[in-house]
Design a protein around this ligand. Structure first.
Ligand SMILES: [Zn+2]
Length: 213
């Protein structure tokens, strides 16, 4: 991912032209350098040590969340993924770019059981869902609720300047679930989308590359 982009920058001022740096970050060289580091540009990487010490983890976090916010579907997650099927397909793409694979025998000849929304391995008959053995293992909540939680947490985080995550009670209200459920959902989603997270849900919901107009 970084190789091709990095070649574009050779001999030029990376912080001005990096095609991955969000518009909102341009103009502040220190922040851009840290941002570029996140997107893997070599020039940015050379500045990593300095950038880190200059702006600190707080700024990196801010960049992390801004990037995700810019990657959300413009029309909103609910419109972009209008039904459970579209969400399953998206998670499947993210999880198995080469097509579904059996977690038991690694078989790649897989059928889809429409009535149960499950995959079945033709070799060992093992049945599994797109969330089996992920952070959403055995979730009983509709995927739409997880997707909405991801969007809500990201949009909340970039809408204020105090680096707070959306409180569980606010998420409960948004999702229409009990506080305890919202607290659990929030924990799982944050473990996925925060810096160093598993990035399963994040990759599924953040469909756009951050762009410069
Ligand atoms: Zn199998």
């Amino acid at each position: 991912m970084s190789g091709q982009k990095s070649r574009l920058h050779q001999g030029r001022s990376c912080e001005i032209i990096c095609p991955k740096a969000p518009t909102s970050l341009r103009g502040d060289i220190r922040i851009e350098r840290a941002a570029i580091r996140i997107w893997g540009c070599q020039v940015g990487r050379q500045a990593e040590g300095r950038a880190l010490s200059e702006i600190g983890r707080r700024e990196l976090e801010r960049i992390h969340w801004l990037t995700m916010a810019q990657s959300l579907p413009e029309e909103g997650v609910a419109s972009y993924f209008p039904n459970e099927r579209s969400r399953i397909e998206r998670l499947s793409e993210v999880r198995w770019p080469q097509g579904p694979t059996c977690g038991r025998c690694q078989g790649t000849s897989i059928t889809w059981i429409e009535t149960r929304s499950l995959f079945q391995c033709r070799s060992c008959r093992h049945q599994f869902s797109v969330t089996s053995d992920t952070s959403l293992h055995r979730t009983r909540l509709p995927l739409g609720m997880w997707f909405q939680a991801v969007e809500s947490l990201i949009r909340y985080r970039v809408s204020i300047f105090d680096n707070f995550h959306m409180p569980a009670h606010a998420l409960a209200e948004t999702l229409g679930v009990q506080y305890v459920a919202a607290r659990r959902i929030r924990k799982v989603v944050l473990a996925d989308i925060d810096i160093g997270g598993q990035e399963f849900l994040r990759s599924a919901v953040c469909v756009r590359a951050p762009t410069i107009p």
